[in-house]
Design a protein around this ligand. Structure first.
Ligand SMILES: NC(=O)c1ccc[n+]([C@@H]2O[C@H](COP(=O)([O-])OP(=O)(O)OC[C@H]3O[C@@H](n4cnc5c(N)ncnc54)[C@H](OP(=O)(O)O)[C@@H]3O)[C@@H](O)[C@H]2O)c1
Length: 234
């Protein structure tokens, strides 16, 4: 797909990986709507990169429906959904409180489902569309303290496969990107310290791959793509 003039919706586009994806799509000529919950950060980013800001929480059904209404009212159509908004929490199983677990699932699974559902309605009707789910290497293997986050990303991987099976016959490409560690605010909001190092992945590296899978000719698509740092220093 040529990105010039295409319309994309990026959840969690106000910071980190979502912001980098939005910036790169805009540079490629796309029109982009971004979502996030913190209005100030969202508006600052939208103003800086030239996106349309929609303050919305992906885990709230009314917010999701309003997001699509506003995107269609603003741009008139939709070509691409980047399901990127995500949060983490890392705790041993015996310390896993229900509220933390449900918060992660609400955003990473329920939110992704609601966003995907509304995109699919549009894409099936127009017989074309592109969905990129930003999962994680956490969708591929479990680890200690990963009960909430890794479970949510395994679930997202499962949904990706289901959507692919349903939507492929409608010319909808459903793709999944699995970043390993990327330097963003994610670690701080998930409550752990991230050691920055030039050898580690940056948000721009993930944006590069998202743009690449979208730009591939529509006759084919990348089902899933995993991105590692070559030789990260912890
Ligand atoms: N960083 C990594 O190492 C890494 C590795 C693999 C995968 N990932 C995945 O990549 C995605 C982006 O993560 P990131 O590293 O860029 O994190 P980040 O810097 O913390 O950014 C997260 C973005 O999502 C938004 N967001 C969070 N909860 C939301 C909600 N309920 N509704 C709408 N927006 C919401 C945030 O804005 P507000 O807080 O204002 O809502 C922000 O724009 C996530 O799905 C994450 O799981 C990250």
């Amino acid at each position: 797909m040529k990105l010039t003039g295409k319309i994309a919706l990026v959840t969690g586009g106000s910071r980190g990986i979502g912001r980098a994806i939005s910036e790169s799509l805009i540079r490629a000529g796309a029109k982009v709507a971004i979502t996030g919950r913190d209005r100030q950060t969202l508006e600052n980013t939208a103003g800086t990169i030239g996106a349309h800001a929609i303050e919305a929480d992906v885990s709230k059904e009314q917010d999701v429906e309003r997001t699509y209404k506003e995107t269609l009212d603003t741009f008139g159509d939709l070509d691409v959904l980047i399901n990127n908004a995500g949060v983490g929490v890392f705790k041993p199983l015996v310390e896993m409180d229900l509220a933390s677990f449900e918060r992660i699932v609400a955003t990473n699974v329920t939110g992704a489902m609601l966003m995907g559902r509304e995109a699919a309605k549009i894409f099936v009707a127009r017989n074309a569309g592109h969905i990129v789910n930003i999962a994680s290497t956490a969708s591929l293997r479990g680890a200690a303290q990963g009960t909430a986050y890794m479970t949510s990303k395994f679930a997202l991987r499962g949904m990706t496969e289901c959507w692919r099976a349903e939507l492929r016959k409608h010319n909808v490409r459903v793709m999944q990107i699995n970043p390993s560690e990327v330097i963003t605010d994610f670690a701080a909001t998930a409550g752990f310290e991230q050691v920055d190092h030039p050898s580690k992945l940056q948000a721009e590296d993930i944006a590069h791959m998202v743009k690449a899978v979208l730009e591939m000719h529509d006759r084919g698509f990348t089902t899933e793509l995993t991105v590692f740092a070559t030789n990260p220093v912890d």
